[in-house]
Design a binder for this molecule. Structure first.
Ligand code: NDP
Length: 387
């Protein structure tokens, strides 16, 4: 591979750190243009030094002075604020990792797509909220959009792009999260500490809670719809607690292709980083004899209503997925702050979806306006009925 410039948005998070781990193992192959974080000055400065990044951007402007001090004398350019994120995304890195959590990642991801280079997308919330706009921006700019979500990356690896009509359905696997076997009463007692401990994956707090409610799988159904152009009834979800099969594609002749691997996000990240080639990773080889067995079951729609809500939003289209996503972000944050219970998360999302409808957004600004109004309604609802 020839040396490429890369930028990592959300560099201090779980995906960002895994990405930089691969970059640091291959210093001759990558030149780091921009790294960003929200408020973690220490980790951002450390990553910028370690990778000799050209620019470090902190989203929360209140931390600019600290970041300047932390990087004084290093030659790393320093900037802060949302506009600075968009500007950094417009620098035109050959490869950009979108790993900001939540809809906050949308504007930089769109800016990166508009450069016509390669965007590796972990930030599923942006695609859920603005899927049509992002897909069409990628097409117009001639950008390459590579998915890093392990399930979608698995589907991409199993998908025969030359014969899309031969695909009968895709099957997204789901671990089922830490509460797969909990009864309804036990679910009501779940705490944030319990919810952020995922049985197979080491992830940020928000996606860990999404995984526990299975909203993560709902968001992924919407994500798959945009990435692979399939309707809801051809995107199935199958609970597979070992997280060894990352997803599958079924063809019209009955063949089912699956991608397997040790659950470690460095595999899908490396796939996107090296694509269309392959690169070495330190990920442990899959030892199926040690795994012993692979189990499967249908998701339970009663204990995990979030999956149904996501399908409702997807089928409604327009602004509905952005509303679903924003309500979920606010509800998860309230749960992590111990202001609402675990089972309230899906209930809040459902209530906001019933309360708020908006015209289909025709621009990113309109998506962000819907997002912001849905957040306001969610916060008010939590205050008046759930807190
Ligand atoms: P983390 O919470 O670990 O990291 C989030 C990153 O985004 C941090 O760098 C954080 O900065 C930054 N950030 C947070 N809020 C903002 C904001 N408002 N503006 C700008 N930057 C912000 O998340 P993950 O790495 O787990 O997840 C990142 C994305 O990848 C999510 O969309 C998630 O769904 C997706 N994903 C994650 C997987 C995983 O295994 N972790 C798997 C598949 C997808 P700071 O550190 O300063 O707060």
């Amino acid at each position: 591979m020839s040396r490429r410039t890369i930028s990592v948005f959300g560099a201090t998070g779980s995906i960002g750190e895994s990405t930089l781990d691969l970059v640091r193992r291959n210093p001759d192959q990558f030149e780091v243009l921009a790294l960003t974080a929200h408020s973690n000055v220490h980790a951002l400065a450390q990553a910028a030094r370690a990778t000799q990044a050209k620019r470090a951007v902190i989203a929360d402007e209140a931390h600019l002075t600290d970041l300047k001090a932390a990087l004084a004398g290093t030659g790393v350019e320093v900037a802060a604020g949302r506009e600075a994120l968009v500007e950094a995304a417009s620098l035109g890195a050959d490869w950009t990792m979108a790993a900001i959590v939540g809809c906050a990642g949308l504007a930089p991801a769109m800016a990166a797509l508009k450069t016509g280079k390669t965007l590796a997308l972990a930030n599923k919330e942006s695609l859920v909220s603005a899927g049509d706009l992002m897909m069409s921006a990628a097409k117009t700019a001639g950008a390459t959009l590579l998915t890093v979500d392990s399930e979608h990356n698995a589907i991409f690896q199993c998908m025969d792009a030359t014969a899309p009509k031969a695909v009968r359905r895709i099957i997204l696997t789901a671990s089922g999260g830490p509460f797969r076997e909990f009864g309804a009463n036990a679910m009501a007692t779940v705490t944030p500490d319990m919810a952020v401990k995922h049985p197979n994956w080491d992830m940020g707090a928000k996606i860990s809670v999404d995984s526990a409610t299975m909203m993560n799988k709902g968001l992924e159904v919407i994500e798959a719809h945009h990435l692979f152009g399939l309707p809801s009834d051809r995107i199935d979800v199958l609970v597979h607690p070992q997280s060894v099969i990352h997803s599958m594609v079924e063809y019209v002749d009955g063949s089912v292709l699956a991608q397997l691997g040790t659950p470690d996000m460095r595999t899908p990240i490396a796939h996107a980083l090296a694509w269309p080639e392959r690169m070495e990773t330190p990920v442990a080889s899959l030892n199926l004899a040690q795994v012993g067995r692979l189990d499967f079951e249908e998701p339970d729609p009663v204990r995990f209503p979030a999956l149904r809500l996501a399908r409702v939003a997807m089928e409604a289209g327009g602004a509905a997925p952005a509303i679903l996503n924003a309500a979920n972000e606010i509800a998860v944050a309230a749960f992590l702050d111990r202001r609402v219970g675990f089972t309230a998360i899906a209930a809040i999302v459902e209530r906001v979806m019933e309360r708020y409808e908006a015209a289909p957004p025709a621009s990113i600004e309109e998506v962000l306006a819907v997002d912001s109004e849905a957040r306001r309604i969610s916060a008010a609802l939590i205050e008046s009925e759930f807190a």
